[in-house]
Ligand binder design. Structure first.
Ligand code: NAD
Length: 278
C-alpha cells in the first residue's frame, strides 16, 4: 500500500510534504535501497546532508525510481567545514553533482557554528543560490533565536525552515513560537527520540495501545498535530512503511496533554552554541 502525505507551505509559496524520510547514519551502500523503499511507500521528501556521505545513494534511488523528479522534494545541508561565501557555493555544486539533479528543493546550513562567526556570510551564498534559481528554497538547521535574529537584521531573506532537535521530551516551545511569528516552518530531527527510550515510555505505549497503533506512529502523529514537518529515519522496510502510516487517526486533547507533560527539556544532541566540529 502507498500512503499519501499532505503538504504544508513554505514562506515563499513552495509546498513541502509534512512527513519525510531522513537518512542520517544510513550507510552509503544501503542508502539507495532504503530511499527506494521509502519512495515505494509514498515518501516524497528525502532529507540528506553533505556530512552524511550518502547523497550519491539518494541520487541513485531518485534516478532509478518511477516517481517523477518534480514530485520529490530533496533537502541537503551545507557541512560544517564549508562555511563562507565561496566555499558554500562550491559545496552546493558538489551536492548537485552527487544527487544527479539540476535544481535542489531545499538547502540548509547544517549548524550555525557561532564561534566562527561565518553563518551570516554563508547565508548570503544561499540567498544568491535562490536568486539564481539553483535552489527552490533555503533554510537553516540548529539555529537558536539569537542566530535567526542576526539573519533578520543583517540579511535579506527569512529562512523558509529551521530543522532542529525536537521530540516530546524537548518540544522547543520558545523557538517554535519565534518561528510562528516570523513565517519559519519548524522541522523536527530526532523525532522518535533516536531510539533512546521515548518509544518505551509507559505513557506513549498506553496511548498507542488505546489507538491500536505503534508507539512510533503516535509520536509521529503528535509531531503532525503540533504542526511540525517531521523526518523519521529507519532502514527497516516495515518500519519505513509504519512511519508514514499516520494520516488516518487523530490524537485527542487528553492525548496531546499527556504528550505535553513529557517535556523534560532533555536534549539528545549538542547545544548549537557548543558544537564546533569542523
Ligand atoms: P529518529 O528519532 O528518527 O530515530 C531513528 C531511530 O529510531 C532508528 O534508527 C531506529 O532505531 C528507530 N526507529 C525508527 N522507526 C521506528 C519504528 N517504527 N519503531 C521503532 N523504532 C524505530 O532520529 P534521527 O535519525 O536522528 O532523526 C531523523 C532524521 O533527522 C535523520 O535521519 C536526519 O535526516 C535528520 N537529522 C538532522 C540533524 C541535524 O543536525 N540537522 C541531526 C540528526 C538527524
Amino acid at each position: 500500500m502507498t500512503f499519501s502525505v499532505p503538504s504544508v507551505m513554505l514562506n515563499n509559496g513552495v509546498p513541502i510534504p509534512q512527513l519525510g524520510f531522513g537518512v542520517f547514519l544510513v550507510p552509503p551502500d544501503e542508502t539507495a535501497a532504503a530511499v527506494a523503499t521509502a519512495l515505494d511507500a509514498g515518501y516524497r521528501l528525502i532529507d540528506t546532508a553533505q556530512g552524511y556521505r550518502n547523497e550519491q545513494g539518494v541520487g541513485e534511488a531518485i534516478a532509478r525510481s518511477d516517481v517523477p523528479r518534480e514530485e520529490i522534494f530533496i533537502t541537503t545541508k551545507l557541512t560544517n567545514s564549508q562555511h563562507g561565501y565561496d566555499r558554500a557555493l562550491a559545496a552546493f555544486d558538489a551536492s548537485l553533482e552527487k544527487l544527479g539533479i539540476d535544481v535542489l528543493d531545499l538547502f540548509l546550513i547544517h549548524w550555525p557554528l557561532p564561534m566562527f562567526d561565518a553563518y551570516v556570510e554563508t547565508w548570503r551564498a544561499l540567498e544568491q543560490l535562490l536568486v539564481d534559481g539553483r535552489v527552490r528554497s533555503i533554510g537553516v538547521s540548529n539555529f537558536e533565536v539569537e542566530h535567526l535574529e542576526r539573519l533578520a537584521d543583517e540579511t535579506d531573506i527569512i529562512p523558509a525552515l529551521n530543522q532542529v532537535e525536537l521530540h516530546p521530551e524537548f518540544p522547543q516551545g520558545e523557538l517554535r513560537a519565534y518561528h510562528e511569528s516570523h513565517g519559519i516552518l519548524t522541522e523536527s530531527w530526532g523525532p522518535l527520540g533516536q531510539n533512546r527510550g521515548l518509544l518505551d515510555d509507559a505513557r506513549v505505549v498506553e496511548i498507542a495501545e488505546e489507538k491500536g497503533r505503534t508507539p512510533a506512529q503516535v509520536v509521529l502523529r503528535w509531531h503532525i498535530q503540533v504542526g511540525n514537518v517531521v523526518i523519521p529515519k529507519s532502514v527497516t522496510p516495515n518500519r519505513i512503511r509504519e512511519n508514514i502510516d499516520v494520516f488516518d487517526f487523530e490524537l485527542d486533547d487528553a492525548d496531546m496533554e499527556t504528550f505535553a507533560e513529557m517535556n523534560v527539556g532533555r536534549r539528545l544532541g549538542p547545544h548549537p552554541n557548543e558544537l564546533d566540529l569542523v
